[in-house]
Design a protein around this ligand. Structure first.
Ligand SMILES: C[S@@+](CC[C@H](N)C(=O)[O-])C[C@H]1O[C@@H](n2cnc3c(N)ncnc32)[C@H](O)[C@@H]1O
Length: 220
């Protein structure tokens, strides 16, 4: 059985090999989580039209799932051109190229003008960001007045998380997705520190079965 190491601590760059490995996991193992998370985003944010930027989109599975529920158009952005080739293949296969454009970009300095996005989403990318408060300020810059953000990580539900844990372990991954209670508390404290440093006063931390997320709105 091949060892799946994408979750290892030294996994910093989604270069060609790692990008391919992650795309297989996203398409084969994580596949059921994206429609669930897309529904959670829609319920929380209620944004169904305009531009959505999916930051650290990877193979664009979340953009694709949300595109199927809404009439949003998407900028599927990632700093890895290697992973965007897998994103483009997924988008083409689903025949959604007219609504989802892939863009090479770093969350710390997005190649996007001020105030253009109705929605910003990001799953599973933040832990790789060099300066999280700066990244949140940058997301704020590109949001339009009244725009919403939904950023964090999760596997949809605890049932899906358990299924995925089992499958990942079967595939030889060094993987454990259940943080201890203390880790959860630290996680909330960490969110608060990031948001304070970023200068956000109005935001909501979502820490439940769906994972660990922050929801924010830019005043209209
Ligand atoms: C674990 S993958 C998650 C991909 C996708 N969002 C998903 O849920 O399947 C993390 C992604 O974040 C991207 N990433 C990490 N740091 C980034 C940054 N500073 N700017 C943009 N993308 C970044 C990586 O290249 C990678 O594709």
């Amino acid at each position: 059985m091949s060892h799946s190491g994408w979750n290892a601590k030294d996994y910093k760059k989604f270069d060609e090999d790692r990008a391919g490995e992650y795309a297989v996991i996203a398409n084969e193992v994580f596949a059921p989580i994206y429609p669930v998370i897309a529904r959670q985003i829609l319920e929380r944010c209620g944004v169904e039209s305009g531009l959505c930027i999916d930051v650290g989109c990877g193979p664009a599975n979340l953009s694709l799932a949300l595109a199927k529920l809404t009439s949003l158009t998407f900028c599927a952005m990632d700093f890895s051109p290697d992973i965007l080739r897998f994103a483009q293949a997924n988008i083409d296969r689903e025949e959604l190229a007219a609504r989802i454009a892939t863009v090479v970009g770093d969350v710390h300095r997005m190649p996007v003008p001020d105030g253009v996005a109705a929605l910003i989403i990001s799953r599973g990318s933040m832990r790789f960001w060099r300066n999280r408060p700066a990244a949140f300020r940058e997301m704020w810059r590109v949001l339009e007045p009244g725009g919403k953000g939904y950023v964090g990580g999760g596997l949809g539900s605890s049932r899906l998380a358990e299924e995925i844990n089992r499958e990942m372990i079967k595939r030889g991954a060094d993987w454990q997705n259940k943080p201890k209670t203390q880790a959860r508390k630290n996680d909330t404290a960490e969110w608060r520190e990031i948001m304070a440093k970023a200068g956000f006063s109005r935001y909501e931390i979502i820490r439940d079965d769906s994972g660990s997320w922050v929801y924010f709105e830019k005043e209209g």
